[in-house]
Ligand binder design. Structure first.
Ligand code: ADP
Length: 276
């Protein structure tokens, strides 16, 4: 197993809060895998992402216990900027991410590369490639402030992908998107995975998670209560205890069972699947 992120007994509380928001969390995220973080509102998903990307403790101070290892090194031994190059973070709210200091979508997506001092021709090539990939070429010359929420979400995604980080942490990227836009974002994430990126995604749309995510981490009131391969976690009877939505197919199967239909449903482990 080739882990890229490891947490060992991590607990965290915000500066002016009495409550521990993350409680004794241990996890392993494997390199090149797509891991989804799920849980009810307020369960600590965004806080966990902020710990993974080093924003906690580098920016939010508070009290952090335990160890967070990113690519073999403790996060406290990184500069925040170094972590920023390794881990791209797409905010839940695209209105925060899109800077608004640039007049066109092209310049907005190019902004991070300019700051790194990348050579102009390379910037042009990389930005054009990403605008095409994210299917926003038609927005190239538009003002970022004139875009819809869904369009901004794609611009936010493009401006992070263009930086070519090894790890992408994406907090509810589809909250502003219609079903087609949502499928499209998942297609982009799949492409990123094919390029060898490690994906960590906070998302509520369980059908898409069931289809795309390799692994799941389930948070409940700040505790990691379940983690493992997606289909094993969804099939785990304990999943039902946390009042979190199931994928639609699982919901149907459970309702059939409740109504007396006998299903021979057993969790399938990866190693039991036929070679495809
Ligand atoms: P989720 O992403 O699962 O909705 P969050 O990580 O956003 O959960 O929040 C978890 C808990 O931490 C909530 O009770 C929230 O009020 C609290 N919290 C989030 N941000 C802060 C902050 N900056 N200061 C104090 N408490 C916070």
């Amino acid at each position: 197993m080739n882990s890229i992120i490891e947490m060992k007994n991590v607990s965290y509380r915000y500066p002016v809060s009495d409550d521990w928001i993350i409680k004794n969390a241990s996890l392993t995220i494997e390199k090149g895998k797509f891991t989804a973080i799920i849980g009810n509102n307020g369960s600590g998903k965004t806080t966990l992402c902020n710990i993974i990307r080093g924003f906690i403790p580098h920016f939010y101070k508070g009290e952090l216990e335990g160890e967070v290892i990113v690519d073999g090194k403790n996060i406290v031994d990184y500069q925040l900027g170094q972590l920023g190059e390794k881990i791209g973070y797409v905010f839940q709210n695209p209105f925060i991410q899109v800077s608004g200091v640039k007049d066109t979508v092209f310049d907005e997506v190019a902004y991070g590369l300019e700051n790194l001092g990348v050579e102009v021709n390379e910037i042009i090539d990389r930005v054009n490639e990403i605008l095409k990939l994210v299917k926003i070429e038609h927005l190239r010359d538009k003002h970022p402030m004139g875009l819809s929420g869904g369009q901004r979400q794609r611009v936010a995604l493009a401006s992070i992908i263009v930086m070519n980080p090894d790890i992408l942490v994406i907090d509810e990227p589809t909250s502003q998107l219609d079903p087609i836009g949502t499928e499209h974002v998942f297609d982009i994430i799949r492409l990123m995975k094919e390029k060898g990126k490690t994906i960590i995604l906070v998302e509520h749309k369980m059908d898409l998670i069931a289809e795309y995510a390799d692994d799941l981490i389930v948070l409940n009131e700040g505790e990691i209560v379940l983690q493992g391969p997606t289909r094993e976690v969804f099939a785990d009877p304990r999943y039902g205890e946390y009042n979190i939505q199931y994928p639609h197919v699982t919901e149907v199967a459970l309702n059939l069972q409740k109504n007396g239909v006998k299903l021979n449903y057993v969790p399938i482990r990866d190693e039991e699947l036929p070679e495809s």
